[in-house]
Design a binder for this molecule. Structure first.
Ligand code: DWN
Ligand code: ZN
Length: 432
């Protein structure tokens, strides 16, 4: 077996310990999705890692087969939660859901792991709660602190949990939005939750929902940061193994389809809602507990990987110009796996200042600001940030009115010229 510097191969399942893996999909050697490059430096040593997905036949965790060292991935991080109405609305919903269901009081402590620059915590603080962020990205923790959100620049662990508890007391809520799928040592995090929470405290995680990923062929959710692809069934196994229980779930369309899962200690006062059983039933009916659905996913992915380059190259051959809309991590999976480089994608437009002026990993497509993109005037945008399709297509009504078109890569590559058409295409594949 080859040893890959900076990564280790997974042996047993991080949820249940079993070693009976179904091989689902191999996307080849792929660079790190958020390792954008400085055009002035040489790129000869750009690291590539295997991107392969397995499914545990015992608990049906979908997992990458290699874990890249988190110190490489997260200490200096350039993903900043975008200024997006979609995200803002979702964050407000998360606060409302928690408050309505679990009735916290002013002064209760909310701790968030992977708190980024503190946008979600600011909303909890607005409801009178005390807040503490935990995020290993030192550059982002500094910004959060400057924004008035106390942030520990560390990975969440038993030690971090103990330190937070010592200085701030026990927490009513420990939240991890789109960070739990990134964590290898799940047992360490659950032990940390146990250490940190009050007896009736709640541990809430939001993850990309594997049911949506499979149903919409969203293979771009797969990159080295996402080690796990969870169902509610798999998370129940994890919770049970740590003396916890899932007490509520809420699906949303954010990030292409996510599920927010609330866990509490087995002996706590919280009872499970019917929604938990309903989702587990849906997962069962969808076939998540057998091999076949994963084989079909792999076939669907291969189909997208044939169709998308055909469409993009067809436009280029006819003299059109294609640019990427957004430079999300997921977009780098699409471009690298589909072999779409700067010969056919002229540039990518992204609102994140940290990404502008850089090159995309692997393909080296340059990233520019939306203002510059408008001046360059492509006739087609490949919508890499397709999870914001409705918001983006509404915002770009001028581009569309001028005859411009968006290529929606997921769930099937298709050209769209209105927000309604994009939403319809996306919803056609979603399981209710
Ligand atoms: O789990 C993760 C999720 C939550 O965030 C991380 N591993 C990394 C990251 O994934 P992503 O980069 O795929 O996330 P987004 O939020 O889909 O990225 C969207 C990108 O598009 C950002 O770079 C901002 C940009 N954007 C834009 O240029 N114009 C976004 C919007 C809404 C826009 O109008
Ligand atoms: Zn397992």
């Amino acid at each position: 077996m080859d040893v890959i510097p900076g990564a280790r191969e997974v042996a047993g399942c991080r949820v249940c310990g079993a070693t009976d893996w179904q091989e689902v999909l191999s996307l080849g050697l792929v660079p790190l999705a958020n390792r954008f490059l400085d055009p002035a430096s040489s790129h000869g040593d750009e690291p590539y890692f295997p991107l392969r997905v397995l499914s545990c036949r015992a608990c049906r965790l979908m997992s990458l087969d290699h874990v890249v060292d988190p110190e490489i991935l997260y200490r200096d991080y350039l993903y900043i939660t975008p200024e997006s109405e979609t995200i803002r609305r979702h964050m407000r919903n998360v606060v409302d859901l928690f408050c309505e269901r679990f009735g916290p009081e002013a002064g209760d402590l909310v701790v968030e792991m992977g708190s980024n620059i503190g946008g979600q915590l600011r909303l909890f603080a607005g409801k009178g709660m005390r807040v503490v962020g935990v995020d290993p990205a030192r550059n982002l923790a500094d910004v959060a602190e400057a924004n008035g959100i106390p942030t520990v620049p560390e990975f969440f662990s038993v030690d971090t949990a103990a330190a937070v508890r010592d200085s701030h007391g026990a927490a009513k809520l420990l939240l991890g939005r789109h960070v739990f799928a990134h964590i290898d040592d799940l047992a360490g995090v659950l032990d940390g939750a146990e250490r940190l929470l009050v007896p009736d405290g709640v541990f809430a995680v939001e993850v990309p929902y594997v049911l949506d990923m499979l149903a919409t062929t969203a293979f771009d959710t797969i990159y080295h940061e996402h080690l796990s692809y969870f169902s509610v069934g798999t998370l129940s196994v994890l919770a049970e193994r740590h003396r916890m229980r899932i007490v509520d779930v809420a699906r949303s369309s954010v990030h292409g389809g996510s599920v927010l899962v609330f866990m509490a200690r087995r002996g706590s006062k919280w009872r499970s809602t019917a929604a938990v059983e309903r989702l587990r039933g849906l997962e069962h009916d969808f076939g998540l507990y057998g091999d076949r659905v994963y084989r079909r996913f792999a076939e669907d992915v291969m189909r997208v990987c044939e169709e998308l380059p055909r469409i993009v190259r067809g436009i280029a051959t006819e003299g059109g110009t294609v640019a990427g809309y957004g430079a999300p991590a997921k977009g780098n999976t699409i471009l690298n796996v589909c072999g779409l480089g700067r010969d056919v994608v002229a540039f990518c437009s992204d609102t994140t200042p940290l990404k502008q002026g850089k090159l995309l990993p692997g393909t080296h497509v340059p990233v520019c600001s939306p203002q510059e993109a408008r001046l360059r005037g492509p006739d087609h945008y490949l919508l890499l940030a397709w999870n914001y399709a409705e918001e983006i297509l509404r915002k770009e009504s001028g581009f569309l009115a001028g005859g411009g078109r968006f290529i929606l890569p997921i769930p099937r590559p298709v050209l769209v010229d209105s927000a309604e058409e994009a939403v319809e295409a996306l919803q056609s594949a979603v399981q209710l």
